[in-house]
Design a protein around this ligand. Structure first.
Ligand code: SF4
Length: 355
């Protein structure tokens, strides 16, 4: 049985879209042994091998048969951008659906990867995004479709092929809680078969309270980050349109419940937009909102998107914001974008390719 598929009928089902039992059955159909399926799946998921010819644990006749009959992946790499710091952004196209289904996956080597620390992989969960944040290239064209389980896993496989992974952030294109069933199954594969521990994976959401409360008891295999972007209700209604009318206190309270149930502290993400939400007053009000909450704030100076109308904050305002939070006893970090010259902001490469 196939796990699920949005593939058009003429497209062969790839190995990654088959669960272990279905893969074994397909291998038997091809005249191979069920354990060959297990070997092939392991080679793909554990070692990032995407060419049967390199799977030396399989008999050579099997490798030839599989190469002809059973693709491993369904996507196509349309473009690859490598920045000066070796941050690599892949633009991947998947078949099926009403419009071109392209997403971005970013492989970010650790600064000291020479010592073998591995890389962080940023993956997408939807094609386009229905949240429609005005500063984000991914939200501009709206949602095309959800990614299937195997399409999310494929991003990990492609990322693994670029170098060992030590962390992952589910922070690319899309809102993961709006495709949670598929995201959750994909993260099970990443955890169980690719060996990325649950504390090494961070899922980033705009924080739908009811959805958070529903999934907390499921022992989710990830850390949670909630994108807040402002302490002011009126401004959040504009910056995060899909959350319009959802009180910020309700989001924070769902975060508190999450922490109480999972024991995992939340990171609040805050994109600093020049002249919009980067003032000392914003920092003060954010500190008041988060007072007595065990959490971390991750400040992200905005990476300019063409004609978005938003600008990059000055280093002074970033430092002032950070310092204000620290003075209120809040743990805060600043995440400067890596690979700025390579369409680094989420969704920029995808938008340019479609333009
Ligand atoms: S910032 Fe995130 S939630 Fe907002 S539109 Fe972009 S991908 Fe969606």
């Amino acid at each position: 049985m196939e796990i699920e598929s949005s593939l058009p009928p003429s497209t062969p089902t790839p190995l990654l879209a088959l669960d272990p039992a279905a893969a074994a059955a397909r291998f038997v159909e091809l005249g191979l042994k069920p354990f060959h399926a297990k070997i092939a799946r392991k080679e793909v998921l554990e070692r990032g091998i995407t060419d049967y010819a390199q799977m030396t644990a399989l008999p050579s006749a099997a490798r030839e048969r599989l190469s002809a009959e059973l693709p491993i992946l369904s996507g196509t790499e349309l473009e690859r951008r490598v920045a000066f710091d070796r941050t690599t952004k892949l633009l991947i196209s998947f078949p099926g659906g009403p419009r071109p289904a392209t997403v971005e996956t970013v492989h970010i080597p650790a600064r000291d990867s020479a010592s073998g620390k591995g890389a962080t992989l940023c993956v997408s969960t939807q094609v386009g995004c229905p949240v429609a944040c005005p500063f984000c290239a991914s939200g501009r064209a709206g949602l095309v479709r959800n990614l299937e389980v195997h399409e999310i896993v494929e991003q990990y496989v492609r990322g693994r092929a670029l170098g060992a992974l030590s962390r992952s952030v589910v922070m690319g294109i899309g809102e993961p809680l709006l495709n949670y069933a598929n995201v959750s199954k994909a993260l099970d594969v990443v955890h169980d078969e690719m060996g990325l521990g649950s504390r090494k994976v961070t899922l980033s959401t705009v924080g739908f309270p009811e959805r958070l409360r529903r999934i907390a008891p499921d022992k989710p295999r990830f850390q949670l980050a909630i994108s807040l972007h402002t302490p002011d209700q009126e401004q959040r209604d504009v910056l995060v349109p899909a959350m319009k009318g959802v009180p910020i206190e309700e989001v924070l309270s769902a975060g508190d419940d999450w922490f109480a149930q999972t024991g995992r502290e939340i990171t609040y993400e805050y994109v600093l937009l020049a002249g919009e939400n980067d003032s000392a007053g914003h920092a003060e009000r954010l500190a008041q909102r988060l007072a007595r909450r065990r959490c971390t704030v991750n400040l992200i100076p905005f990476n300019p998107v063409d004609d978005s109308g938003f600008g990059r904050p000055t280093e002074f305002s970033v430092q002032r914001f950070h310092q204000t939070l620290v003075e209120h006893g809040i743990i805060a970090t600043v995440r400067w974008s890596r690979g700025l010259e390579s369409d680094a902001a989420c969704g920029q490469l995808r938008i340019r390719k479609q333009a």
